[in-house]
Write a protein that binds this ligand. Structure first.
Ligand SMILES: Cc1cc2nc3c(=O)[nH]c(=O)nc-3n(C[C@H](O)[C@H](O)[C@H](O)COP(=O)(O)OP(=O)(O)OC[C@H]3O[C@@H](n4cnc5c(N)ncnc54)[C@H](O)[C@@H]3O)c2cc1C
Length: 498
């Protein structure tokens, strides 16, 4: 009989992806489709990570061009074919939103991983990183069968926490410059029983101000009101007055002054994204445990808010709490290039572009209330942001991309994480095939492969969608910073741009 800590046989795979969230599962499918023998390691018992609890935003840019295509779009097309997602709803702030059946997404993710021939290891945690000199050579995992050494030609860190990098002594950063605090996390939950018509009537009341971005601009308000009855998916970010009344009445005590959430395409469901704790350290077990304790206490407060104060909320009931806390930001791995707010706001182009983004900079304030936001131009994500600095053999994508606190606040949304995933998996496979370090592969070959496999890059991007701009409207590019109480350490949008 083996002891509990038995070291099992060492295995080798050409590409090992750690973390099966939006970024990791896309990376693994792409690596396998491009011919690499690929292993995907995931701590949970399902695929999708935090993406399996949310609606997806940011497939488009602020000119309503679809800037994320390729494998992420293939996922959506398969969700549509199965009748499990809404159409794209174009949106003035988030560019676009698509509401999915989150449970079906887990099923589809599993199907697509299997179709691609990816080997899976679930309920498996990476606990150590193997490093020989300046080369990352693999990982040690723990699972029910014991401990196991896994070596690889290329390891891809998609843990969202940069666990592989941190354990391998690779440089990382965490949080904002002023005090190292990360964006506020949220435990997402879903309510059923919403009266859609009453809810929409409430949204039409300017006093209620359901979405603060629109309110200051009468033309945008008018255009939105013309469409709202037909919208299948409605994003909220307001209701501040009602929340304050609820607070004074003792019904609500959450450090979030706006209702952040999504009226999903399922007619009576609402995704509540409004729980919140301040001061989380996502790499500390004490801090994570404390955050869960507080977040679970906030769910009944928000349920009360819906029942007693929200238009259409009287009959709402709790359907589901996300299986994991939504950590918006954790370790960011320092790569060969660090994407900044400046690059994103000004829509910088890079020769080594491997994905595009058009989502605004969206910081759920680490302290204070509500968010800091800055509109952006369509920007390039350079390949160098996927390559961990100062080592060979380690790449990354998703939340732990090489970017600043403000940069990752745009690149972190699901479609853009997936676009990075497609690029990193493809690059790893090309590196394996060419027997080269990922740093040395032919970037044109990578770009051409991505384009052949449907990805949108600068080379393929068309012009603005003028019809949509006219119909939906556009926020001014220099829109002033958001309302809510900015704390001292929150930078103003302009101060990010050096
Ligand atoms: C509350 C919240 C709301 C959001 N709302 C939206 C939204 O509406 N729309 C949108 O598009 N985006 C939204 N985002 C952003 C987006 O969902 C995430 O940034 C994105 O899904 C991150 O994907 P990822 O693959 O990088 O990380 P994750 O989804 O965090 O995946 C990481 C995976 O790695 C696994 N893992 C971690 N460590 C280890 C280890 N050591 N060993 C093995 N496995 C490990 C985890 O279990 C997890 O499955 C939201 C984020 C949050 C937190």
């Amino acid at each position: 009989m083996n002891g509990g800590n038995a070291m099992l046989n060492t295995i080798h795979r050409q590409v090992v992806v750690v973390g099966a969230g939006a970024a990791g599962l896309t990376a693994a499918i792409s690596a396998a489709r491009n011919g690499a023998e690929t292993l995907l390691i995931e701590y949970q018992g399902y695929l999708g990570g935090i993406s399996s609890t949310l609606a997806w935003i940011g497939f488009h840019d602020q000119d309503y061009r679809q800037v994320v295509k390729g494998l992420p779009y293939e996922f959506i097309q398969r969700m549509w074919a199965a009748g499990q997602a809404s159409p794209f709803e174009l949106d003035i702030k988030c560019s676009s939103i698509i509401s999915i059946n989150n449970h079906y997404w887990k099923i589809l993710a599993m199907q697509m991983v299997q179709e691609a021939g990816v080997q899976l290891m679930l309920h498996t945690q990476v606990v150590e990183t193997l490093r020989e000199g300046d080369r990352i050579t693999g990982v040690i995992v723990e699972h029910k069968s014991g401990r196991q050494k896994i070596t690889a030609d290329v390891v891809i860190d998609c843990t969202g926490d940069g666990d592989v990098a941190a354990r391998g002594g690779v440089a990382w950063e965490k949080g904002r410059t002023a005090d190292g605090l990360v964006q506020a996390p949220t435990l997402v939950f879903r309510l059923g029983g919403l009266d859609r018509s009453e809810f929409i009537e409430g949204c039409k009341d300017p006093e209620i101000n359901y979405r603060e971005w629109i309110h200051p601009y009468p033309d945008l308000w008018e255009k939105t009101m013309k469409r709202i009855d037909q919208m299948q998916v409605i994003i909220t970010g307001g209701f501040a007055g009602l929340m304050e009344k609820a607070r004074l009445a003792g019904d609500y005590d959450v450090p979030q002054t706006r209702l952040v959430g999504v009226k999903t395409h399922q007619p009576d469901q609402f995704l509540v994204v409004s729980t919140r704790v301040l001061g989380l350290d996502p790499t500390s077990v004490e801090s994570m445990t404390d955050a869960y304790t507080r977040l679970y206490q906030q769910v009944p407060d928000l349920m009360r808010f819906f029942k007693n104060w929200m238009p259409g909320g009287k009959e709402t009931y709790l359907m589901e709490i996300a299986p994991m806390m939504g950590v918006r930001e954790s370790r960011r791995i320092m790569g060969d290039y660090v994407l900044s707010a400046n690059d994103i706001v000004n829509g910088r182009e890079f020769d080594d572009v491997i994905a595009l983004g058009g989502y605004h900079i969206d910081i759920h304030r680490p302290s204070g209330t509500w968010v800091d936001s800055k509109n952006v131009q369509t920007y390039d994500i350079p390949y160098r942001c996927l390559i961990a600095g100062d080592v060979e053999g380690l790449m990354m994508a998703g939340k732990c991309l090489s970017a600043t606190h403000e940069g990752v606040a745009s690149t972190r949304v699901i479609p853009i994480c997936m676009a990075q995933g497609q690029a990193v998996g493809t690059a790893a496979a090309l590196a394996v095939k060419a027997k080269k370090s990922p740093r040395d592969i032919d970037i044109r070959q990578l770009q051409n492969t991505l384009i052949d496999q449907g990805a949108e890059l600068r080379q393929t991007l068309g012009g603005p969608d003028y019809e949509a701009i006219e119909r939906i409207g556009q926020l001014p590019k220099d829109e002033p910073p958001t309302t809510g109480d900015a704390d001292q350490a929150s930078q103003t949008a302009q101060a990010w741009i050096k």
